[in-house]
Design a protein around this ligand. Structure first.
Ligand code: ZN
Length: 247
């Protein structure tokens, strides 16, 4: 099928579905210029001299935050600041679908908050968000840029002096229960799942797709192990695909 024919089929599937959910991976954000953690040119493969003695997984782990906080925050500030990064066509198209009542919710593995900035409301951030911060001792919440703008190696709580950390799931931590609960609500009873920007190689992405019994659409640059099980597959840019839907 040509690109236009597949877009037409995708539009039809969305119109016919009584409940649709979107599941998104790093590929949704890379088109905004945010590096993918796992891709060839991604974050994990860009080594800075001062971090070279550590594994990338360690630098974003709870162990690093607790044992070497100055290293953790230096890496975090250098790599995860999304200041100046804007949502792309994919984010805006999904927000538009939600406004029209055609999308029940978004489940995202990204931590950049770009879906909300594009106007989406129902978003389950299963790996947390860099836009939320809190004191690990007293729980006080801090604004989005608190860690990036804080002075000194470790951002401190104004009330108790504890470490202010991002509300992001670090290696060695459990996924946030309330976000997983939201995600289950979006998937439950859905007739159509659109999966975008993920190779579906790791949990929880693979789990959501493997358990899903409705119609499945996959949008990813590279092929995935679930392509043959999908009703429709796009290997084009996710911004181009979602941006081409006219309903
Ligand atoms: Zn505190």
């Amino acid at each position: 099928m040509s690109f236009e024919e597949r877009i037409e089929k995708l539009t039809q599937l969305i119109k016919e579905s009584r409940k649709t959910v979107f599941f998104g991976g790093a590929g949704v954000s890379t088109e905004s210029g945010i590096p993918d953690f796992r891709s060839k040119d991604g974050l994990y493969n860009v080594r800075d001299v001062q971090f070279e003695m550590y594994q990338p997984e360690y630098l974003l782990s709870i162990d690093c935050l607790e044992d070497r906080p100055e290293v953790f925050f230096e890496y975090y500030r250098q790599k995860l600041d999304t200041h100046g990064i804007e949502p792309n066509r994919a984010h805006y198209a999904l927000a538009e679908l939600e406004k029209k009542g055609l999308l029940a919710g978004i489940i995202t593995q990204n931590i950049d908050g770009l879906h909300q900035r594009a106007g989406s409301v129902n978003v389950a951030e299963v790996h947390g968000s860099t836009l939320r911060n809190y004191c690990s001792s007293c729980g006080t919440k801090y604004p989005a840029d608190y860690i990036f703008k804080s002075e000194g190696p470790i951002p401190r709580c104004k009330h108790c002096g504890g470490t202010v950390r991002p509300d992001v799931t670090l290696y060695g931590e459990m996924l946030p229960e309330n976000e997983l609960y939201k995600a289950d609500k979006y998937v439950s009873g859905a007739e159509l799942m659109i999966v975008g920007g993920t190779s579906l190689a790791v949990w929880p992405a693979a789990g959501y797709v493997a358990r899903f019994r409705g119609r499945l659409v996959i949008i990813n640059r590279d092929s995935t192990q679930y392509d043959s099980a999908a009703d429709l597959v796009f290997h084009e840019s996710i911004g181009e695909v979602l941006g081409s839907i006219i309903i």
